[in-house]
Write a protein that binds this ligand. Structure first.
Ligand code: TZP
Ligand code: MG
Length: 211
């Protein structure tokens, strides 16, 4: 699908840990103000109502900074709040079904771990891919990590943006040079930073060296 130009370079995926809503929203605002190019709200164990209310609140923040908002897993929440797109993986609705539900204009992100799956998802309407986990991570239980070689193969073989995810930190971003990625997806390095503003600026500078 063809979209307005989306900047995938520094893609923040949220995690709420035990933060208050005010702190959670303040972190997202600071991240947007300091160089995050895209935000994905990722909630795994909340009610639909709570997911909706968080999405409304996060969208107020991202709208203020002109940063697009993606919703993890849930087409209904994406449509309900008028988010820019949705991100799905193997346990969510099938990619072609999601495309049909969201229409041609919203962004559809898909998690893929190999080129075969990437080509299939591309044919079914994916706009970009998230690939990982590249490095060890505490944010998600990972059964199979993705090598840099696989990341590079996917990025080379599909004509849409591919982002790396999993354990990405300021000190290891440069290892991704030459893989052909469009950007990096980051959770804990931003959401748990002692100084979110300076962390985001550092990540942004690091990613700008490779994409
Ligand atoms: N998918 C693959 S790894 C991951 C997700 C959602 C978590 C990445 O989190 P972090 O904290 O950036 O390692
Ligand atoms: Mg999912």
């Amino acid at each position: 699908m063809v979209h307005r130009n989306i900047d995938y370079r520094l893609y923040l995926v949220t995690d709420r840990y035990d933060y208050s809503d005010d702190k959670f929203l303040a972190i997202i605002a600071t991240a947007c103000a300091n160089g995050v190019t895209l935000v994905e709200l990722r909630e795994k164990s909340v009610s639909s109502r709570r997911y909706f209310e968080l999405a409304v609140a996060v969208k107020q923040v991202t709208d203020r900074y002109g940063v697009p908002l993606i919703i993890d897993d849930r087409v209904d929440i994406c449509l309900a709040v008028g988010a820019d797109g949705v991100h799905v993986g193997d346990s969510d609705l099938p990619v072609d079904v999601v495309r049909q539900l969201i229409g041609p204009d919203r962004i559809l992100g898909v998690s893929v771990k190999d080129t075969t799956r990437a080509k299939e998802a591309l044919a079914q309407g994916a706009d970009y891919f998230g690939t990982g986990a590249i490095y060890p991570t505490k944010t998600k239980v990972i059964t199979k990590h993705t090598s840099l070689a696989t990341l590079q193969a996917i990025a080379q073989e599909v004509p849409i943006p591919v982002n790396a995810i999993g354990g990405i930190k300021t000190h290891n971003i440069t290892n991704l040079a030459g893989t052909g990625i469009a950007g990096v997806c980051v959770v804990s390095e931003i959401m748990q930073a002692a100084d979110v503003a300076s962390k985001v600026r550092q990540l942004r500078r690091a990613v700008e060296m490779l994409v």
